[in-house]
Design a protein around this ligand. Structure first.
Ligand code: CXF
Ligand code: ZN
Length: 377
C-alpha cells in the first residue's frame, strides 16, 4: 500500500541540458492539497520536451523530469480534492482549468488566471514533489513531468476520462493532437469550405490538417522543406503541397498568394520559427485572414510586421496554446469523436514496438486498464 506515503520509483531524469536522460530511482512525495499522485500508464515525447531540453541559455533548472504528454491512473488523492478518486484514469495537460476564474468561465479563452501557464520548474505552490536518492531536489516541467513511473499533478491540470479508452491512443490528446486539432477547431474556428495553409507537416501540422478536415475545409495546403512528408500528409486530407526547399526566386508566401488568388483564409505556423509566422501572415487573405501561431520558437524570439501591413490589410494574428482548448470540457468531446470514428487518432501512430524491443519486461497480451486494476497492480 503506497497511498499517502513517499514512493520510490524509476524516472528518466534530465541531469544536464542536451545530455541523455538517465533512468534512475527517485522519491515522489505524496500530493499536497489540491493535488493527486498519478501512476503514468503511457507517455510520449512532444517536441517541446526536446526544445526545452536543448536550451542552454537562459540556464534552466536541472535535474529535471521532462515529459508532459501522458495518461495515468490516480494513486493518491490529496487533501481537499473533490471529484477525483483513486483508480480514476486521467489525462494531464500543461494548461490549467480552475473552472472558476474569469477566463475559465469565458468561452473566449483557455488561459486560466488562477494557475497561469508558465514554463515553471515547480508545482503551482512553488515547490517540488521530486527528490533524488541523495535528497537533492528534482525540478518539474510544464506542471506534468511524465517521464517517471509516478508524478504529482494539480487537479486543475487533469481531466478524467472513461477507463475503457485505449491509453496508447488518448495519450496523444494530452498535448500534440489536441493542440493541432484545437488550433483549427477552437482557435481559428475554420468554417466549411475554407482554404487553409499549414506551415510544417510534423505531427502538429498533420493534426491541424485533421482538425481542418473535421471542420470541412475544402482546400488544405501543406508546406514543408521535406517533400517525403507529402505522401503521409495526403492521408490527413492535405490537398496541395508546396516544397519550400525548392521555390526558386519566390517566397513561399508569394506562391500561396498565387495559388489561392489572394491568400488563404487560415494560416498555421507549426514549426516554431518566427520568420515563418511572418511568411504565414503574408499569405493569409486581407480583410479576414487569420494566422495562428502554434509552433514554439526559442524564448525571446521576435516576430516583426510593418505597421502599414497590419493597418492596411486588416488581418488577425492569434496565439494558440493547447489549441485554445479547455481541457476538462474539450478533451471528452475529442474522445467521443474518436470513439465515433470521426477523429482519426490511429493515423498518428506509425510504429508500435513491444516492451521487449524497448528492453523492458515481456508484454502481457493486450492488457487493458481494467484488468490492470483488478489484478491489484
Ligand atoms: C508548448 C507551448 C509553448 C510552451 C511550452 C509548451 N506546448 C506544448 O508542447
Ligand atoms: Zn507538448
Amino acid at each position: 500500500e503506497t497511498s499517502g506515503k513517499p514512493i520510490r520509483c524509476r524516472a528518466a531524469v534530465a541531469r544536464k541540458p542536451g545530455e541523455p536522460l538517465v533512468i534512475e530511482e527517485v522519491i515522489v512525495a505524496p500530493p499536497k492539497s489540491g493535488e493527486v499522485r498519478i501512476k503514468i500508464i503511457c507517455t510520449s515525447l512532444c517536441f517541446s520536451d526536446v526544445t526545452f531540453w536543448k536550451l542552454k541559455d537562459p540556464p534552466a533548472f536541472y535535474p529535471r523530469i521532462l515529459g508532459h504528454e501522458s495518461v495515468g491512473v490516480v494513486e493518491t488523492v490529496g487533501e481537499g480534492v473533490d471529484g477525483f478518486a483513486e483508480g480514476d484514469v486521467v489525462i494531464p495537460v500543461f494548461v490549467s482549468e480552475c473552472a472558476e476564474c474569469a477566463d475559465c468561465k469565458s468561452n473566449k479563452s483557455n488561459l486560466c488566471s488562477t494557475y497561469p501557464f508558465k514554463v515553471s520548474p515547480w508545482m503551482h505552490d512553488g515547490s517540488s514533489r521530486f527528490t533524488d536518492l541523495n535528497g537533492e531536489t528534482i525540478y518539474h516541467f510544464l506542471s506534468v513531468s511524465s517521464f517517471t513511473e509516478y508524478t504529482v499533478v494539480h487537479v486543475a491540470n487533469i481531466t478524467r476520462v472513461d477507463r475503457t479508452v485505449p491509453p496508447d491512443r488518448v495519450c496523444l490528446l494530452s498535448c500534440g493532437v489536441s493542440t493541432g486539432v484545437g488550433a483549427a477547431w477552437r482557435s481559428a474556428n475554420v468554417e466549411a469550405g475554407s482554404t487553409v495553409a499549414i506551415f510544417g507537416l510534423g505531427s502538429i501540422g498533420l493534426a491541424v490538417a485533421e482538425g481542418s478536415r473535421l471542420c470541412g475545409a475544402r482546400r488544405i495546403i501543406g508546406i514543408d522543406v521535406n517533400p517525403d512528408k507529402f505522401e503521409i500528409a495526403k492521408s490527413f486530407g492535405v490537398t496541395d503541397f508546396v516544397d519550400s526547399s525548392n521555390v526558386g526566386d519566390k517566397s513561399v508566401s508569394q506562391i500561396i498568394n498565387e495559388m489561392t488568388g489572394g491568400g488563404a483564409d487560415y494560416c498555421f505556423e507549426c514549426v516554431g520559427k518566427a520568420f515563418l509566422v511572418e511568411e504565414a501572415f503574408a499569405c493569409c487573405r486581407k480583410g479576414w485572414g487569420k494566422t495562428i501561431v502554434v509552433g514554439v520558437d526559442k524564448p525571446g524570439a521576435r516576430i516583426s510586421f510593418s505597421s502599414s501591413e497590419v493597418l492596411h490589410l486588416g488581418k488577425t494574428i492569434q496565439g494558440s496554446l493547447f489549441g485554445g482548448l479547455k481541457p476538462k470540457s474539450d478533451i471528452p468531446i475529442l474522445i467521443k469523436r474518436y470513439i465515433d470514428k470521426e477523429l482519426e487518432l490511429d493515423k498518428f501512430v506509425t510504429h508500435e514496438s513491444s516492451d521487449e524491443e524497448q528492453g523492458g519486461e515481456k508484454k502481457k497480451k493486450k492488457k487493458g486498464l481494467k484488468k490492470e486494476k483488478s489484478s491489484g497492480e
